[in-house]
Design a protein around this ligand. Structure first.
Ligand SMILES: Cc1ncc(COP(=O)(O)O)c(C=O)c1O
Length: 402
């Protein structure tokens, strides 16, 4: 009798799945004495627990069983309308609620777009470095990556153009995080937004615009969303409640003006989970529909993160050797540190012993070829812990050389 190995039972696509260093690390950082700049967690003390409890009560009184019943795949109308109105108000452009699909976290949106667009071996265009969760989502569809160079203004349009001119096979889409990106905290400048959209239009390349951090701006003016440009290149916009309400609710939204793409996404979602949780959608829209207190809540988060970013930047300026560079984002939850000549995966081993952790930058490079970066999260640590953690990091860097 032939013996079939365990591995042979699995689909070929599972060979492409990479473990998330971040999730693995989160397990280690449960110890209270470890200061973690590793995860991408919002500040839990800012979750509006009382208001959500009251909203839940109101939902049960007002909707009762309907809030506990199966619902439509696209999402409940209240939620879709809220998304269209909020996006419209923030951008000054009108959005139709019919273009909105509520998804189970923007992570599901990425998975569904992968499912709809990617055959094995297809190319995806990514910023270098890019959001690890997107790489993981697309990996499951056995995609390959074309990478575009980035600098302080985000992805470099000339680099995108060169990549597209040479691409064979031609990629299925560009995935980009234009505001306060994960991992670098950088923002795509206004001038470059226009250029990126025009290049994609010229080449007929769809764009996935992933925007979890746009509302968490602490300084300066909002820049136009790629989805607001008048262009023939299809733009699929992803927003989420994870960073402005609570990630545990798993409420996010895909806005896809192109009806053909939207229908395919809805069918893919039907196969995946029928629909996102009815109850959480009702609670979310009930809480968020009081625009005034919701805005005040988001402003409070942004103020808190602004202060933490400031403390982290000042501490880095003090503790790091002169050749270390870091971003000073005007929003979001992360900053990016470049430590020339240091392999940050090795550095993590040293720093973990000193009880401070971060995510080594190599994990965000699709080709895993750059080793001197690190992502620091500033939203999930107190100002005191940020100071202590950065000081420990400074010691770890000194130890690395010695
Ligand atoms: C760029 C980016 N996209 C998507 C996500 C996933 O967010 P969600 O909680 O909505 O699934 C994150 C979470 O950190 C992120 O940083």
């Amino acid at each position: 009798m032939a013996i079939i190995s365990r591995a042979a039972k699995f689909a070929a696509r599972t060979a492409h799945l990479r473990a998330s260093t971040i999730r693995e690390m989160l397990k280690v950082t449960q110890q209270p004495e470890v200061i973690s700049f590793g995860g991408g967690l919002p500040a839990p003390e800012l979750f509006p627990t009382g208001a959500i409890a009251r909203a839940t009560q109101r939902v049960m009184e007002r909707y009762g069983a309907a809030a506990l019943q199966y619902s439509v795949t696209e999402g409940i109308p209240e939620m879709r309308t809220w998304v269209a109105e909020r996006l419209g108000r923030r951008s000054g452009c009108a959005f139709d609620a019919a273009t909105v699909t509520i998804v189970n976290g923007s992570q599901q949106g990425l998975d569904l777009l992968g499912k709809v667009f990617l055959d094995p071996g297809d190319h995806v265009v990514l910023e270098d470095p890019a959001y690890l969760g997107a790489i993981q989502a697309f990996d499951a569809y056995q995609s390959r990556y074309l990478t575009v160079d980035t600098d302080d203004e985000g992805l470099i349009p000339d680099s995108l153009e060169r990549v597209l001119e040479r691409a064979d096979p031609f990629p299925k889409f560009l995935y980009v995080v234009p505001n306060f990106s994960n991992p670098t905290g950088r923002t795509l400048s206004r001038g470059r937004r226009e250029k990126v959209v025009r290049i994609c239009e010229h080449f007929g390349l769809p764009i996935i615009e992933d925007d979890p951090y746009g509302e968490l701006r602490f300084e300066g003016e909002d820049l136009p969303s790629l989805i607001t440009y008048d262009t023939s290149a299809p733009v699929m916009y992803l927003g989420t409640g994870s960073k402005i309400m609570a990630p545990g609710m798993r409420i996010a939204w895909l806005v896809i003006p192109d009806a053909e793409i939207r229908e395919k996404v809805v069918l893919a979602k039907q196969g995946a989970d029928l629909h996102s949780g009815t109850l959480t959608q009702y609670i979310f829209s009930e809480y968020a529909s009081d625009g005034h207190s919701f805005d005040a809540h988001v402003a409070r988060i942004a103020r808190t993160y602004a202060a933490r970013q400031g403390v982290m930047s000042d501490a880095l300026a003090e503790a790091m050797p002169a050749d270390v560079a870091f971003t000073r984002p005007k929003g979001g939850m992360f900053l990016w540190v470049t430590v020339p000549g240091i392999d940050t995966t090795e550095l993590l081993r040293i720093s973990a012993e000193m009880k401070v952790v971060f995510v080594p930058g190599v994990n965000f490079y699709p080709h895993r070829n750059v080793h001197d970066g690190m992502r620091l999260n500033f939203s999930n640590a107190t100002e005191k812990n940020i100071r202590v953690g950065v000081e420990r990091l400074g010691h770890a860097i000194k130890m690395y050389g010695g």
